[in-house]
Design a protein around this ligand. Structure first.
Ligand SMILES: Cc1cc2nc3c(=O)[nH]c(=O)nc-3n(C[C@H](O)[C@H](O)[C@H](O)COP(=O)(O)O)c2cc1C
Length: 579
């Protein structure tokens, strides 16, 4: 990801830049030279423009009025050359609470104007708009619907839902050949040129915008790009930044390339969330930024939109997953409960997990997610993040940091879990290679004899019986076999923790290297290594001489898990002819 460069920008007053961009068509760019919000997408601190479009044919339509930071200056600018009573349509290519503040005023000034939106946007409008008869004024459009403004401006609507803008659609005007792309092909940058005359200098800003907004929804983005190819475009008119005229094919190519780069990442994290009021979604976006920055592919899944099959497939193919939920009425929303069920049924326990959410006062949903995942023995890549109501700049930074931390743990775990077992054609004994595929948990067996503590490394151990709990170990003579040869001999089996380098103190031959390790004495007198994942106190029950080893069957007297969230270290081998 392109890193943000923090440059102080000169303070200029906000304004609205108006320009003609096609027949009967104007852009109104509400401009700020300051950073508009604290979210990372604005962190290049180059200001931004919020682009709205006005088509004045036989009928008049206004596309995407800006958010409330610009309500006043935007309406003042429109009023200079425009009679509110002539406005026929307000087209909302996506709805957000910020924009609704302006829509509310607009709808009051132009009571005859219809509001065009997609079906998923209706509920948000219903909750927010208080003007009379809003129901009769909302006109829902679907994929392929058209709206004839006259004089050839027969607008076509293209449905492009994404996890971030579930109600998103784009609009094509065949008269001007302008595709109104809303959140696609934008950049947060405030400057004078209306068009992309200086497109070569825009690369970094465009890439940064893509990384922040689209890198986690490449699947949906590619679907949108496919749909756009059906329209003979001359201009892309996005919600932010300059309009695209000179770099149309180059920018489309860049989007394809950047999507490919995301998909080519070695590790993939699935980010599942639901969010009734947008707070958990904002946290999800910040975590996603941290993940993308640190070099993993992220698939964002808004659980309110996704099917069971989609979630299942994503969970099965990911390397790690992170799930976030608001708490509503003491619970996680049903969609999150369903997603959790899918995770518990389908995600291997070796997959790294993460939990986050926004809450108001009790936050039960976050607790439930954490407890269920811990109980199922998933390791968490960061401590669960709880944010009361809306995240602040500080909590969003924590979310990003958590994303980066998650990646580091994921990379480490992946490295540890990738067996170095490549088979080469030149290796002669394929039977040995096959035997080498038997893996065992890495343990240190400690004994106490003649006032002397000893420890040897072994991975040739497995549970042998349930009742009594018992295990079987294969030991060689040089592994102090004499000390655990006779019924009644005692030992401790320290089961090692992945990622803790305890094994370097020991070899497969006898050794006494407890240096720099924390130990305590078990009730049977042998040493417990405190850095281990768990230990078992055992008593030898019987033995069997077998080939070059002695097989010891021992009964487990007692034991304890020393680190609740660790993972058992495993010994991978190239060949069955040695350890
Ligand atoms: C209808 C309703 C019920 C809520 N119930 C709880 C609750 O039981 N416990 C709690 O901690 N917060 C509760 N909250 C607060 C939300 O969790 C909080 O507003 C949170 O920021 C919502 O996250 P979201 O924006 O991602 O939807 C409730 C909020 C609403 C509107």
């Amino acid at each position: 990801m392109v890193q943000a460069t923090i440059k102080p920008t000169p303070a200029k007053t906000r304004d609205v830049q108006v320009a003609t961009i096609g027949n009967n068509t104007q852009v109104l760019r509400s401009r700020t030279w300051d950073r508009l919000k604290f979210e990372i997408e604005y962190s290049r601190q180059k200001g931004t423009t919020s682009n709205s479009y006005l088509i004045q044919a036989d009928q008049i339509a206004l596309i995407d009025p800006p958010g409330q930071s610009f309500t006043q200056i935007y309406l003042e600018t429109l009023e200079k050359s425009f009679n509110w009573h002539k406005l026929d349509y307000i087209i909302l290519q996506h709805v957000n609470p910020n924009r609704l503040a302006t829509v509310q005023v607009l709808a009051g000034k132009a009571p005859q104007a219809k509001i065009i939106c997609s079906k998923p946007a209706v509920n948000a409008l219903k909750a927010a708009l208080t003007f009379p008869e809003w129901q009769t004024r909302i006109q829902v459009v679907r994929e392929g619907d058209t709206l004839d403004l006259g004089q050839g401006h027969q607008l076509q609507f293209i449905s492009v839902p994404t996890p971030r803008w579930v109600d998103g659609f784009c609009t094509y005007d065949p008269q001007s050949k302008i595709l109104y792309t809303d959140k696609f092909f934008g950049a947060h940058l405030c400057d004078e040129p209306i068009f992309d005359d200086n497109w070569k200098q825009l690369d970094q800003d465009r890439r940064f915008y893509f990384d922040c907004l689209h890198a986690t929804q490449t699947k949906q983005l590619e679907t949108a790009l496919d749909k756009f190819t059906a329209f003979p475009n001359k201009i892309y008119a996005p919600a932010h930044g300059s309009l695209i005229k000179y770099s149309l094919s180059r920018f489309s190519y860049d989007y394809r390339q950047w999507c490919q780069q995301q998909k080519a990442q070695e590790l993939k994290v699935v980010l599942l969330y639901a969010s009734a009021y947008g707070n958990t979604a904002t946290m999800a976006n910040a975590i996603a930024q941290g993940l993308v920055q640190s070099g993993v592919a992220v698939e964002s899944i808004n659980c309110e939109l996704a099917s069971t099959e989609e979630i299942t497939q994503a969970i099965q193919t990911c390397d790690g997953f992170i799930i976030g939920s608001p708490t509503l009425g003491g619970h996680a929303p049903t969609q999150i409960q369903t997603a959790l069920g899918i995770i518990l049924a389908n995600a291997a326990k070796t997959k790294l997990a993460g939990v986050f959410g926004s809450y108001g006062w009790s936050g039960e949903a976050i607790d439930v997610l954490e407890n269920k995942l811990r109980d199922a023995h998933y390791s968490l890549g960061f401590e669960p993040i709880r944010v009361r109501f809306s995240p602040t700049a500080t909590t969003l930074e924590e979310c990003q940091q958590a994303g980066r931390e998650f990646t580091q743990k994921l990379k480490k775990t992946k490295k540890l879990r990738t067996p170095k077992q490549a088979v080469t054609e030149t290796q002669i004994d394929r039977t040995e290679q096959a035997v080498g595929r038997i893996v065992g948990s890495l343990c240190v067996l400690t004994t106490f004899h003649d006032n002397q503590h000893s420890g040897v490394l072994t991975s040739w151990v497995s549970q042998a019986t349930f009742n009594p709990p018992g295990l079987m170990i294969a030991v060689a003579k040089e592994q102090n076999a004499d000390l655990i040869r006779n019924p009644g001999d005692k030992f401790v089996l320290n089961i090692l923790n992945e990622g803790r380098n305890v094994r370097r103190n020991f070899s497969y031959q006898s050794s006494n290297s407890f240096n720099n390790l924390n130990t305590k004495t078990a009730s049977n007198g042998c040493l417990i290594i405190e850095e281990a994942l768990a230990y078992l106190e055992c008593t030898v029950h019987s033995r069997m001489e077998s080939g070059d080893r002695t097989l010891i069957y021992a009964v487990i007297d007692c034991g304890e898990v020393l680190e609740n969230h660790g993972i058992t270290a495993i010994q991978h081998r190239k060949s069955g002819s040695h350890y």
